[in-house]
Design a protein around this ligand. Structure first.
Ligand SMILES: [Zn+2]
Ligand SMILES: [Zn+2]
Length: 258
C-alpha cells in the first residue's frame, strides 16, 4: 500500500452535511454539493443510461454524484460543471453483483467517472425514457441531498495495514479512520484488498516519481452499519482511490478480512 511514508501521519476527512429540507434536488443547483442515491443520473449528450456488464443488461444505479465546484485538478470551461459520478449494480440494498464483481477485481458492475457537462446538454430524455420502462418497485438508494462537507477528526492509516502502531494504542484510537461516507482521510480497511487498478498506468517525470501515489478520494461505505449511512451497507469497505499526480485516474477498491 502506498500512502504517507510515515504511517503515523494524519489526514483530515470531510463528512457529508445532509440537508433536512433541501431547496433543490438538482446537482447543478448552487445549494447542492452532492446527491446521494436517487434515480436521476446526469448523462452526457447522446449517452444511454449505464448498464451492468455482468447482469443481463441491468441498469447501474446512481450511488453518488458530487458537484466539484472546486476543481479536482481539471479546469472546467465557463458554464460547465464537473461531476464525480459513481454508479453501482444493485437489485436491492445488498448490492451483491457489485460486491462480488469488485471482490474479483472485475470493473463491469460499477462506473466511476468525472464528467464535464452543462445543464442544457445533459441527456434528460434518456433518463426519463429508461425510467419509464422500469418496474415500479425498482430499487434505488433513497435520495438525499448533501449541502456541503465538514472537516472531521484527523485520521491515521488503518491499523489493519499499519505496521507502526497497535490497534489499541491510545494515539491510534484517537485517530482511527471513521466509517461511512466521507471525502479524503483514510479508508477503513482490512487485511485484504482488491483494487481495479493496482498502480496508475500513466508515466511521470522523474522528479514526480516520489509523489506518484494514490490517496483515498471518497469512501463509499464500510461494512458496519452506521446511522446516516448511504443505504447500501453490505458492500464491504469500499472506497475510490485517486492518483496523486493524475487526478483523472480513479480506481474502485474493496478491503476486508476475508
Ligand atoms: Zn450486475
Ligand atoms: Zn498517476
Amino acid at each position: 500500500m502506498p500512502y504517507p511514508e510515515n504511517a503515523l501521519d494524519l489526514l483530515t476527512p470531510y463528512f457529508p452535511v445532509f440537508s433536512t429540507a433541501p431547496a433543490s434536488t438538482n446537482v447543478f443547483d448552487p445549494s447542492v454539493s452532492a446527491i446521494l442515491g436517487g434515480s436521476n443520473p446526469v448523462l452526457l449528450p447522446d449517452e444511454g443510461w449505464p448498464r451492468c456488464g455482468s447482469c443481463e443488461d441491468n441498469i447501474l444505479i446512481p450511488y453518488i454524484q458530487i458537484n466539484f465546484r472546486q476543481k479536482v485538478g481539471v479546469e472546467a470551461e465557463p458554464g460547465h460543471t464537473i461531476l464525480l459520478q459513481v454508479f453501482i449494480c444493485a437489485e436491492d440494498d445488498c448490492a451483491d453483483c457489485f460486491g462480488a464483481r469488485l471482490f474479483g477485481a472485475f470493473d463491469n458492475a460499477f462506473l466511476v467517472r468525472v464528467i464535464e457537462v452543462t445543464v442544457e446538454s445533459a441527456n434528460t430524455a434518456a433518463v426519463e425514457e429508461t425510467r419509464a420502462g422500469l418496474a415500479a418497485d425498482r430499487f434505488f438508494i433513497p435520495q438525499r441531498v448533501i449541502s456541503g462537507w465538514t472537516p472531521g477528526n484527523p485520521e491515521m492509516l488503518h491499523e489493519a495495514v499499519n505496521n507502526e502502531i497497535e490497534y489499541d494504542d491510545p494515539q491510534y484510537l484517537e485517530h482511527a479512520p471513521a466509517p461511512g461516507l466521507k471525502l479524503l482521510g483514510f479508508p477503513v480497511q482490512g487485511k485484504y484488498y482488491s483494487s481495479i487498478i493496482e498502480r496508475c498506468p500513466k508515466s511521470v517525470r522523474p522528479e514526480q516519481a516520489s509523489e506518484h501515489d494514490v490517496r483515498c478520494l471518497l469512501q463509499l461505505g464500510t461494512d458496519c452499519d452506521i446511522e446516516d449511512g448511504p443505504g447500501v451497507y453490505a458492500t464491504g469497505n469500499t472506497w475510490i482511490e485517486q492518483c496523486t499526480v493524475h487526478p483523472d485516474v480513479l480506481s474502485m477498491t474493496i478491503g476486508g478480512d476475508w
